[in-house]
Design a protein around this ligand. Structure first.
Ligand SMILES: Cc1cc2nc3c(=O)[nH]c(=O)nc-3n(C[C@H](O)[C@H](O)[C@H](O)COP(=O)(O)OP(=O)(O)OC[C@H]3O[C@@H](n4cnc5c(N)ncnc54)[C@H](O)[C@@H]3O)c2cc1C
Length: 394
């Protein structure tokens, strides 16, 4: 049961629960706006933000039935460049932003037919796509196998090195004066001020201490549901979706094997390969409904490598540097959960599922606007936390 009628000394303007890319970007922005910010995160090293591939890919991620998500993702990629430039300045190091686009390739005629259908849908949504035959694909990426049937270039997609980006956000937040508490929030505390649902009083920590604040932002990714005091419908709506992923290190002296992000469909299975400045190639990812399990399995590693090598045989010469698994914060409609959620003073910024790196700057803008008493961009309207109340998600 949430503690009611709590009176705490106010020790921060805002407490943020969760220090992945979402919570840290919000913390940085709020501190820049002059708020006194405390960020609470146990830093167990299992944040999805550190596992992710870092694609900023609204176009090649656009799927049937996700129009509202596409609009917020387009807003996000349009914002990313300026945000990243400001972040690099604030943190004093680069985040590895790349603007080469995504080359989607199809391995066989069946894969190609599916890609053509998706491309027609993306074009109908006003997105740029250039169809390429096998030879034109290999002109862009010379290590692709000649067996590739054909492809499509989605030039508006970008990518970022998510680990460098997360580190930069942490450095910028620290420089802006954000206080970090290494603990876990167990509960959002409220006090009774006569309003229905009460008003936020602060948070309770796993070590038993409390932090007083008038505003609390829950940005705990797939762990949002573990925090008492978050509305039950929102807690139930966010679930972990497991993704396994590999990092292939590039031997010294060998030229980079790809420059674009490559998304391949190989006999119906999807795999992506994302390049980094140092030649590393990130290969991902599975999508599994297994609750909080983060085991890396032999089968997933095998399948990802098999499909990657089918389209880019040279990957077999790279060093298998890392295998990992992370938990995407998924929701019933695949959209994020951003905005006010009763009690007064509680904001949620969670459920970013497969696009949280991409959406982190615009989420930070939206929450910073609300903390300043202003409206967020209209693209956020479909993603209010209250939408799950009416859908009866429990
Ligand atoms: C395999 C994989 C590939 C992906 N690829 C991409 C991609 O290419 N592009 C893209 O945009 N997105 C991608 N994503 C999705 C992206 O990683 C997530 O949407 C994003 O990282 C979510 O950020 P977050 O800050 O909400 O959550 P997280 O990064 O999971 O951070 C949540 C934080 O909350 C903390 N926490 C948990 N419980 C508590 C508590 N009770 N109190 C305080 N803190 C708490 C955790 O310690 C953690 O640090 C990928 C994800 C996976 C798994």
């Amino acid at each position: 049961m949430p503690a009611k009628g709590v009176e705490l000394a106010v020790t921060a303007d805002v407490v943020i629960a969760g220090g992945g890319v979402i919570g840290t970007a919000i913390a940085w922005r709020a501190a820049q706006a002059g708020l006194d910010v405390t960020l609470v995160d146990p830093e167990r090293g299992d944040a999805a933000s550190l596992v992710a591939a870092g694609m900023l890919a609204p176009v090649s991620e656009a799927l049937f039935g996700e129009g509202a998500l596409l609009r917020v993702n387009l807003l996000a990629v349009a914002r990313f460049g300026l945000f990243a430039a400001e972040l690099e300045e604030a943190a004093g190091h680069q985040v590895g932003l790349r603007r080469e686009g995504t080359l989607a390739v199809a391995y066989d005629p069946g894969d190609y037919a599916a890609l053509v259908r998706l491309t027609a849908f993306r074009r109908s949504a006003g997105l740029d796509a250039e169809e390429l035959d096998s030879r034109a694909c290999r002109k862009l990426e010379s290590f692709l196998t000649p067996d590739v049937h054909g492809g499509v270039l989605f030039a508006a997609d970008w990518s970022v090195d998510n680990r460098r980006y997360t580190a930069a956000l942490r450095a910028a937040a620290a420089r802006a004066g954000v206080r970090v508490v290494r603990d876990r929030v167990t509960e959002v505390l409220t006090r009774d001020d006569g309003a229905a649902g009460g008003r936020v009083a602060g948070v309770r920590l796993a070590d038993g201490g409390d932090i007083g604040a008038d505003r609390v932002v829950v940005a705990a990714g797939c762990w949002t549901g573990t925090i008492t005091g978050v509305p039950a419908s929102a807690r139930a709506a966010v679930r972990p979706v497991k993704g396994q992923l590999l990092r292939l290190r590039h031997p010294r002296g060998m030229p980079p094997v790809i420059t674009h992000t490559i998304r391949a469909t190989v006999r119906g299975a999807d795999v992506y390969l994302v390049p980094r400045a140092d030649g590393e190639v990130v290969v991902g990812a599975t999508s599994e409904e297994r609750g909080p399990d983060r085991t890396v399995t032999a089968g997933a590693v095998h399948d990802l490598l098999r499909d990657a090598m089918s389209v880019l045989p040279v990957t077999s010469e790279l060093e298998l540097a890392e295998t990992c698994a992370g938990l995407r914060p998924g929701t019933p409609d695949n959209g994020p959960v951003v905005g006010e959620a009763g009690p007064d003073g509680l904001l949620l910024a969670t459920g970013h599922y497969r696009n949280g790196i991409l959406m982190s700057p615009v989420t930070a803008d939206a929450i910073a606007a609300r903390l300043a008493g202003q409206a967020a961009a209209p693209e956020w309207e479909p993603f209010a936390p209250g939408r799950f109340d009416t859908e009866g998600v429990r």
